[in-house]
Each structure stands twice: as structure tokens, then as C-alpha cells.
Design a protein around this ligand. Structure first.
Ligand code: HEC
Length: 188
């Protein structure tokens, strides 16, 4: 009798505190919380460079600072980054798991689901991994759209000879934030 009473009470507590049974450690909430400051730092750097020196200097700023910004926002034990099916920087190429998730996002978007709402979490080989789709916004078109300025194309060609991150339309899936952490804290 007592056991039967206690069990549902424990379940109610779990749900009331927002802890999902599939994610007992709250990793998804942690991952989601890491994304806005990372996205904001990228946007601030971009906005500042655009204001100070136009799009050519913004490309330089993205190239020199984006990897460092990602490094700074990966709070231990998390690693954060960005990836895409069509990348500008070859270092951002997806691994096999990321590629599958991006393809799933792409199919969901083609079926009419809003890109901004697409995310996926999974435990893969002892790691918790989380991805959140990034839509192509209006300010992104200058550097990732269909009609990139000639002078800007020249600088992109020079700095990213394998650039595939062009020709995107407004609202289209541009890529995704990708986060990972080991399931257990590794003891040093
Ligand atoms: C001034 C030009 C510029 C603008 C504007 C711009 N980007 Fe980029 N973007 C870049 C460059 C340069 C890189 C490569 C950065 C690096 O080396 O990691 C990049 C990389 C990326 C990546 C990482 C994957 C890849 O292709 O290497 C994503 C995702 C991305 N941009 C999305 C966006 C989104 C979304 C916007 C609009 C909010 C945007 N970008 C606006 C220049 C730009």
C-alpha cells in the first residue's frame, strides 16, 4: 500500500520539476541554454565588423573569430560548434551522425515544418549530442544568398576556395548548432 502510494508521488515530482524521464540529467536544458549566448556572440561580432568595415571586413572577422567564439562558449564538459550540409569552412563539415540529423532536418523543412523549431537529441557512443537547426535570415543573404556582391565573391573565393555555403534562400535550412558532452564527467 505504502509503496503503491509513493511511486506515483515520485513520478509527479519528476514531471513537476521539468525533468524528463528520457533525459534524467537535464542535458537537453543545458544544451539549449548554451546556444543563445553563442549565437549572440557570433551576431555581435558580425554586426560590429559590418558597421566598422563593411562585408569584406565581416568575412575576415568571421574567418578569424568564429572558431574562437565556439571554443569560448563550450563550457566544460560541453563542446559547441556549427555545421551544415554545405559548408564554407571545411573544418565545419558534419560527421556521419551530424549528416544524418541534417538530412532529417532538411526533409522536415521540405515537408513544411518551420526550420527554427527543428532540434534533435541522442546518446551516441557514450556521448550526449544535441543539434538545433539554423534558418537563413535576411542579414545572412549578403554572404550566403543567391546574389552575393561581386567584390565579396572575390574575397570568399580567395579565403574559401571550397566554399559551398552560397545560393541559400530566405528561411531555408542553413545549418545547425551542434553540441556534445560525455555522459560521465571524465575524472582527470
Ligand atoms: C559577412 C559575411 C557573413 C554573413 C553576413 C553571415 N555569414 Fe555565415 N559564415 C561566414 C563565413 C566567413 C563563415 C566561415 C566561418 C568559419 O570559418 O567558421 C560562415 C560560416 C557559417 C556557418 C558554419 C558552417 C559553414 O558553412 O562553415 C553557419 C551555420 C553560418 N555561417 C550561418 C550564418 C547565418 C545563419 C547567418 C545570418 C544570421 C550568417 N551566417 C551570416 C560569413 C557570413
Amino acid at each position: 500500500m505504502e509503496v503503491a502510494m509513493r511511486f506515483p508521488a515520485a513520478l509527479t515530482l519528476l514531471f513537476a520539476s521539468g525533468v524528463s524521464l528520457a533525459d534524467p540529467q537535464g542535458f537537453e536544458a543545458e544544451a539549449r541554454a548554451l546556444i543563445p549566448p553563442f549565437a549572440q556572440a557570433l551576431q555581435d561580432t558580425l554586426g560590429q565588423a559590418l558597421a566598422e568595415g563593411g562585408s569584406r571586413s565581416a568575412v575576415r572577422a568571421c574567418q578569424s573569430q568564429a572558431p574562437a567564439i565556439a571554443g569560448k562558449h563550450g563550457r566544460k564538459p560541453w563542446t559547441v560548434g556549427r555545421t551544415a550540409l554545405k559548408v564554407r569552412n571545411p573544418a565545419n563539415r558534419p560527421d556521419a551522425w551530424e549528416r544524418r540529423v541534417l538530412e532529417r532536418f532538411s526533409a522536415a523543412a521540405a515537408a513544411g515544418q518551420p526550420v527554427a523549431g527543428l532540434s534533435h537529441a541522442e546518446v551516441v557512443d557514450g556521448e550526449y549530442r544535441y543539434m538545433q537547426a539554423i534558418p537563413t535570415g535576411e542579414p545572412c543573404l549578403a554572404c550566403h544568398g543567391e546574389n552575393i556582391d561581386r567584390a565579396l565573391l572575390d574575397i570568399l573565393d580567395e579565403r574559401y576556395p571550397q566554399d559551398r555555403a552560397r545560393g541559400f534562400a530566405l528561411g531555408e535550412l542553413r545549418g545547425a548548432f551542434t553540441l556534445r558532452r560525455p555522459l560521465e564527467e571524465t575524472t582527470p
